[in-house]
Design a protein around this ligand. Sequence first.
Ligand code: PRE
Length: 360
Amino acid sequence: MEDLQPIIFKGIDPDRPLVIAGPCSAETEEQVLSTAAELAANGIKIFRAGIWKPRTKPGGFEGVGAPGLEWLKKVKETTGMYTATEVATRQHVNDALAAGVDLLWIGARTSANPFAMQEIADTLQESGRTDVAVLVKNPVNPDLELWIGALQRIYNAGIRRLGAIHRGFSTYGKHLYRNMPQWHIPTELRLRFPSLPIIVDPSHIGGKRELIAPLSQQSLDMGFNGLIIESHCDPDKAWSDASQQVTPEILNFILNTLVVRDSRQSTENLTLLRQQIDQIDNDLLETLAKRMRVSREIGQYKKEHRMPVVQANRYNDIIRTRVTLGQEMGMDENFMRTILLAIHDESVRQQIEVLNDRAR
Ligand SMILES: O=C(O)C(=O)C[C@]1(C(=O)O)C=C[C@@H](O)C=C1
């Protein structure tokens, strides 16, 4: 995915985070138009609304369907906003394109299904509308390769205004978040595809209004490229996802309090600090290599004395003492455990190598 184009819309500042806002679902023409009018008055340029809603169980509100596209057309006419909706099937793509929707997104349940993704990709290619912007939400399960695969299918169909939406990952049971952010997954996506825009969906990650502001700020602090936020003219009466929607007025307040980071800042003044990091990393590697040499000597001893490589008591002592020490030095417990486990794994691997080395 090398020659991606930025998702730029005429009249939207490309140097600011991309903001997409609107109700979870289009419910009535009046709700769509009044929410859109309020959002437009607050400077929102891209209006989102779900027309087809994939629901967990049958019997819930499954969206108004194609008639809602007429309301999106009216939003465009009356406010000048761009429009965005979710598509999950061939029919959705064709209908949305025919209605002039500017940005299509693919939901988490769809991106988890390669057949559905391929059908959408084929439809986009056949339509000849490869100019349309497409955002692919992460699959419900924390599977980066599946997410990348879904993006690649759309890319292979010729779409270059392509981006990802991070909406968090499903878990079982009650948690602070509705969907766990697992920030390392979108971060790895960013590291692997630096030109792929990643938009964060704090409404679905948090599942509650009060988490929208902190999650939005965290997204910008981490360098993600935009936000897709659910906003409804009367959130408490929303037909879906009521607890995670905010009024356009609250949304405006949230957006105005966000600190936007500048990705074009030069890194020149960081040179000295980065040199220090380079030196420290070298020292760390040398120290690690030294530790592995000692470990190999222990391996040699174990070989001669027919001892097993893994020594649970010693390992547990190491974890206990180093985790405490690391915490005293301001490092996170999970981080310490991850590092120590990785070091132990490599140490064991090297000792097994010594045991298997017949020459020595
Ligand atoms: O103390 C030992 O026996 C070692 O081999 C060292 C070491 C380690 O790398 O820390 C490696 C393997 C054991 O399971 C425990 C500890």
